[in-house]
Design a binder for this molecule. Structure first.
Ligand SMILES: Cc1cc2nc3c(=O)[nH]c(=O)nc-3n(C[C@H](O)[C@H](O)[C@H](O)COP(=O)(O)OP(=O)(O)OC[C@H]3O[C@@H](n4cnc5c(N)ncnc54)[C@H](O)[C@@H]3O)c2cc1C
Length: 404
């Protein structure tokens, strides 16, 4: 007989779902994770960059394929801005399958249960709990829980079912796994320009054993009818860089969404959204693993108390989440505004001028001193405030962005 009554049911066993399960099960709650696929970590839709902070939290160093010390960032006309220092680790590149499986396994070791090939088909919130119809291994089962948590990714069923809004931006990412790229094993390459990644950038990430992940991301509006695959082809054939790509051999390719911009409603009565489901990916890098971890860890103790007291109304959940989520949302919005100001809403000529300024030794020093993938806002603000060439952007930025 399957257990049908749970304190918490989590829809989606990705990194956010697995981490949330670990936390809540460790605090003694009965937790069920529902995963629609028959295995964890598939399909693979990620460049696999995990920040040191997120990695420290889970300690899954056996999933690391490569350590990265820096990025060689290229302007549209080729100006090179190297950010980082040899031997000083900036980020990890992981095997996402191994990483996700490790995170979910930690949840199970803490006491949570995982059902694979299982998805909700209906959910009704009642005064004393949520009634959830689930299709599991081809069978319909009725479950109940005190709290339903949607960790079900960019196209979240939970978010749509409970009409909780949409992420502000939905970027499209395309990536190919290749052999034969001519790069440096501990450095990323990033390429910019409207032909290859309008408003954003293309990346080449070393992924161990001589392989690389070549990706491009942008928004549908900025792509203006082109596809991200076309941008990838244009990157490979770009006159400035095509030699680096001429011997590549593709092993795999995929496309996926990147939701960035916290949704309007992250809570309803007995329902909570976390991670990509809530639109938490970073507007500057598309990274979503760290923000998912940060979102749950900041509300954990109060959420656990509320589960114990069965005090999980929308009002109670708003009280628990509002301070932490508002802080994260504000930071995300600031990062987006700075990204737009410096990179995304800028035509190639202006971006080239920005790169010429980024490449000046004193500006590079500032970038290396303050630059942090996890916290892009302080760097963006420092560039605008301290670098004379960017000061005119301060007018466009406005006092709200600069001083609050
Ligand atoms: C091209 C690309 C590159 C990226 N690169 C990076 C990167 O380098 N670093 C980084 O941090 N982030 C990156 N991201 C973003 C990252 O993949 C996500 O932010 C991260 O996976 C979010 O974790 P999550 O657990 O919230 O959601 P997901 O990883 O999407 O997990 C959701 C889980 O829910 C399951 N699910 C969905 N619907 C249901 C349902 N109805 N029932 C049951 N289960 C369901 C899914 O199968 C999945 O297992 C990238 C994304 C793309 C597209």
């Amino acid at each position: 007989m399957k257990q049908t009554d749970w304190d918490v049911i989590i829809v989606g066993a990705g990194p956010t779902g697995g981490r949330t399960a670990t936390h809540l099960a460790s605090l003694g709650h009965s937790v069920l994770m529902l995963e629609e696929h028959t295995e964890i970590g598939r399909p693979f839709q990620c460049a696999g960059l995990v920040t040191p902070k997120a990695m420290q939290e889970v300690g899954l160093f056996d999933s690391v394929l490569e350590e990265v010390d820096g990025a060689r960032i290229h302007g549209p006309s080729g100006t090179l801005v190297p950010v980082g220092t040899d031997g000083k680790l900036r980020t990890y590149v992981v095997c996402r399958k191994k990483f996700d499986q490790g995170v979910v396994q930690q949840g199970m070791q803490a006491g949570a249960t995982l059902w694979l090939d299982s998805r909700p088909t209906e959910a009704v919130v009642k005064e004393d709990g949520v009634v959830l119809n689930v299709e599991s291994l081809g069978q319909e089962i009725e479950l109940t829980c005190k709290l339903l948590i949607g960790c079900d990714g960019a196209h979240s069923w939970t978010r749509r079912h409970f009409k909780m809004g949409r992420p502000k931006e939905m970027m499209i990412g395309f990536q190919a796994e290749v052999l034969g790229y001519d790069g440096n094993p501990r450095w990323l390459d990033m390429y910019s320009g409207s032909e290859i990644a309008p408003g954003f950038f293309a990346w080449v990430i070393p992924s161990g054993f001589g392989s690389h992940r070549i990706g491009v991301w942008s928004t549908p509006e900025r792509l203006n009818g082109r596809s991200v695959e076309q941008c990838y082809e244009d990157l490979k054939n770009h006159p400035l860089w095509k030699e680096r790509f001429e011997n590549i051999h593709e092993i795999a390719r995929f496309c996926g969404p990147i939701p960035s911009g916290m949704v309007k409603k992250t809570v309803r009565d007995r329902v909570l959204l976390l991670g990509d489901a809530a639109g938490m990916a970073k507007p500057t890098t598309g990274g979503g693993i760290g923000p998912g971890f940060q979102q749950i860890s900041g509300i954990l103790s109060r959420l656990s108390e509320a589960i114990l007291l069965d005090n999980l109304s929308e009002k109670a959940l708003t009280k628990i989440t509002s301070k932490h989520f508002k802080f994260m949302k504000k930071d995300q919005e600031k990062a987006r505004k700075l990204r737009n100001l410096l990179v995304s809403d800028v035509i190639d000529g202006e971006l080239d001028r920005h790169f010429d300024n980024f490449a000046k030794p004193e500006v590079l020093d500032l970038i290396n001193e303050i630059g942090d993938i996890e916290k892009p806002v302080p760097l963006g603000l420092a560039l605008i405030k301290k670098v004379p060439a960017f000061r005119r952007l301060a007018l466009r930025a406005g006092s709200k962005l600069l001083f609050r």
